[in-house]
Design a protein around this ligand. Structure first.
Ligand code: GYE
Length: 338
């Protein structure tokens, strides 16, 4: 049953092509996290963190959430002594597919991937499986048969959408004309935050979505799309639901430029819980953020090690999350890690 690490097979220190080594320099403005994780005791005869070679196909750097996620993955690898091959997909599925094929060629022990969109993964995931490499989905799910991945580590995006609607309903007392800024089209969080929000809205006849458009999870697109929606609907708009904080930050600027007061004339709820969102709540321009935790490094490597050692793991490992309202923002801001 024992599976020997590929790094051991290849001999330690063997040069595996490409891929940045773990632990790129600190990124300005982000609290350093996670703390040095103590390597868990490894029973003899099994693979330990120091033996593990991991390929991680990241989406890109589209948001503060993503940047914090990358830092967590790299710093945790460093702390544990895991050898990380990191690939930045620059938000493109074809880049991520290419990265997976490179990881197969490198014979890594385990692959992690955050799939930019849900569909179109069957073929390459099957190649990974045929190569005998276990695959863990990190942050985003893919729409593939269960046998093509070992586990999914990430959030309940549908529940985040429901929570956003619940908090919105309370803030606007059940009546609003809402603009929705959707995330990357076809991505798991955009699909689920869209659906979850509507589930709750069904119970509120006076909460109406008057416009729904993608801002691709970026600040620049959030601003651009909000400006164009404002040109069409102007003061009719009384609320904004953004699938992430970065788009909300961009939209806040567009609302101010239009001459309305974000947080007052337009009630705003978004998702992630980034530092800037807490600052915006302190400033009164954002009303609530639904937390989505990007600090997945420690849980990921723990899962990866178990999988490589042939131990059973749950098909879904959910991350813990809350909802934050503006009145608590001042107190909570200093404790935020991303
Ligand atoms: O909400 C957004 C990022 O997949 C949960 O991706 C993640 C989302 C996050 O770009 O900010």
């Amino acid at each position: 049953m024992r599976r020997v690490s590929r790094r051991r097979l290849l001999g330690l220190g063997v040069a595996l092509v490409g891929g940045a080594a773990a632990g790129c320099g600190p990124l300005a403005g982000l609290d350093r996290l996670p703390p040095r994780a103590a390597p868990t005791a490894v029973p003899s005869g099994t693979v330990g963190y120091q033996d593990l070679v991991v390929g991680f196909a990241q989406i890109g750097a589209e948001s503060a959430w993503r940047v914090a996620n990358t830092v967590s993955m790299k710093e945790t690898a460093d702390a544990l002594g895991v050898e990380l091959k990191f690939a930045d997909g620059q938000q493109r599925q074809d880049n991520q597919i290419r990265a997976l094929r490179q990881f197969i060629a490198m014979q890594v022990d385990v692959i992690g991937i955050s799939p930019v969109v849900e569909s179109g993964w069957d073929d390459v995931f099957r190649e990974v499986k045929d190569a005998g490499i276990p695959l863990v989905l990190v942050d985003r799910r893919a729409d593939v048969p269960d046998d093509l991945y070992a586990s999914y580590l990430g959030s309940d995006f549908r529940e985040e959408g429901r929570n956003a609607a619940r908090v919105m309903a309370g803030l606007v007392h059940g009546r609003a004309s809402i603009v929705e800024l959707v995330g990357t089209l076809g991505s798991a969080p955009a699909n689920d935050r869209y659906a979850g929000f509507r589930e709750i809205l069904d119970g509120y006849p006076d909460l109406r979505i008057i416009a729904s458009e993608s801002g691709d999870f970026t600040r620049a697109k959030g601003r651009e799309v909000m400006a164009s929606v404002l040109r069409n609907f102007g003061r009719q708009i009384t609320a904004l639901y953004a699938h992430n904080d970065d788009m909300a930050m961009g939209a806040i600027q567009a609302i101010q430029e239009y001459g309305l007061r974000p947080g007052t004339d337009v009630t705003i709820v978004s998702v992630d819980g980034i530092h800037d969102a807490f600052q915006a709540m302190v400033d009164g321009t954002l009303n609530a953020t639904v937390e989505c935790n990007p600090l997945l490094g420690p849980q990921f490597y723990e899962l990866a090690l178990k999988v490589v050692n042939g131990r059973s793991v749950p098909k879904w490992v959910p991350s813990k999350e809350s909802v934050f309202l503006a009145d608590a923002a001042q107190q909570i801001l200093p404790t935020r890690k991303y």
